[in-house]
Design a protein around this ligand. Structure first.
Ligand code: ZN
Ligand code: ZN
Length: 205
C-alpha cells in the first residue's frame, strides 16, 4: 500500500458515519477539480475543471458500496476535422470498497486474481480517484466527432470540407495539371502563329 489517504483530498470520502451497519446510507454531492489525465488521448476533462459528483455510499456486509454519477465538461478535438469540441459527459459508476479485514475473513486462496480489482477502505476512507478515472474513460467516445456527419478533411489538400461542401479535385486535374499547363501554352503559341484571325472567316460566304 502506498501513502495513507489524505482525508482533505477532494476525492477522498469518509465513511465513518455509516458505522459499518449494513443498510446505512449516505448521499452526498461534491464538486471537485478534475485530476490530471482524466480522459484519453483525444478527449477528456481538463485538469482543474469542475467535476460534479453525486454519490450514494451504502454500508454492506463486507464494505461500502459506492454508486454515483460524475458530470463534467470534456474537451478534445474532432478526429475527422481536428476542430476543438466540447461535450457534457455524465459517467455512472458503482464500486465496492471492502473493509480491509473483510478480505482476511473470506480468503480462500484461489481468488488472488480478483484482488487487483478490489478496492479497500483505508482508515474508513474511500479514494474515489481510480473509480472516477475508469468511469470517465469508459464513458468517453473513442472517436469523438464535432458532428455525426462531419465530412472531415480533404485527403488531397487538407481543406476542411465542412467549410466548403463543393470542394473537390478532379483526379485528372491533380495528375495532369502540369501537362495541361504545357499543352495550354503550346496552344497559345499556335494561335499566335495563325496567319489570319478567326473572326475574318465569316466574310467568305
Ligand atoms: Zn469534425
Ligand atoms: Zn482538397
Amino acid at each position: 500500500m502506498g501513502a495513507r489517504l489524505d482525508h482533505r483530498s477532494p476525492l477522498v470520502f469518509d465513511t465513518r458515519e455509516l458505522g459499518r451497519r449494513p443498510g446505512t446510507l449516505k448521499r452526498l454531492s461534491r464538486t471537485v477539480e478534475a485530476p490530471a489525465d482524466l480522459g484519453n488521448e483525444v478527449i477528456g476533462a481538463p485538469e482543474g475543471e469542475p467535476v460534479e459528483l453525486d454519490l450514494r455510499l451504502e454500508a454492506v456486509m463486507d464494505g461500502v458500496l459506492v454508486t454515483g454519477t460524475a458530470r463534467a465538461a470534456v474537451k478534445g478535438e474532432c478526429v475527422r476535422c481536428l476542430e476543438p469540441l466540447e461535450r457534457q459527459l455524465a459517467a455512472d459508476f458503482q464500486e465496492m470498497f471492502a473493509y480491509p479485514d473483510a478480505d482476511a475473513r473470506t480468503e480462500s486462496g484461489d481468488d488472488a486474481e480478483d484482488e487487483e480489482d478490489t478496492y479497500y477502505l483505508e482508515d474508513d476512507l474511500i479514494d474515489l480517484e481510480p473509480v472516477l478515472r475508469d468511469a470517465v474513460v469508459l464513458a468517453l467516445p473513442l472517436q469523438p466527432v464535432c458532428r455525426e456527419d462531419c465530412p472531415g478533411l480533404c485527403p488531397d489538400c487538407g481543406a476542411r470540407l465542412a467549410d466548403d461542401p463543393d470542394h473537390h479535385h478532379d483526379a485528372v486535374d491533380m495528375r495532369w495539371a502540369a501537362l495541361q499547363e504545357l499543352a495550354g501554352s503550346n496552344q497559345d503559341r499556335e494561335k499566335d502563329n495563325e496567319p489570319r484571325p478567326a473572326g475574318d472567316e465569316p466574310q467568305e460566304k
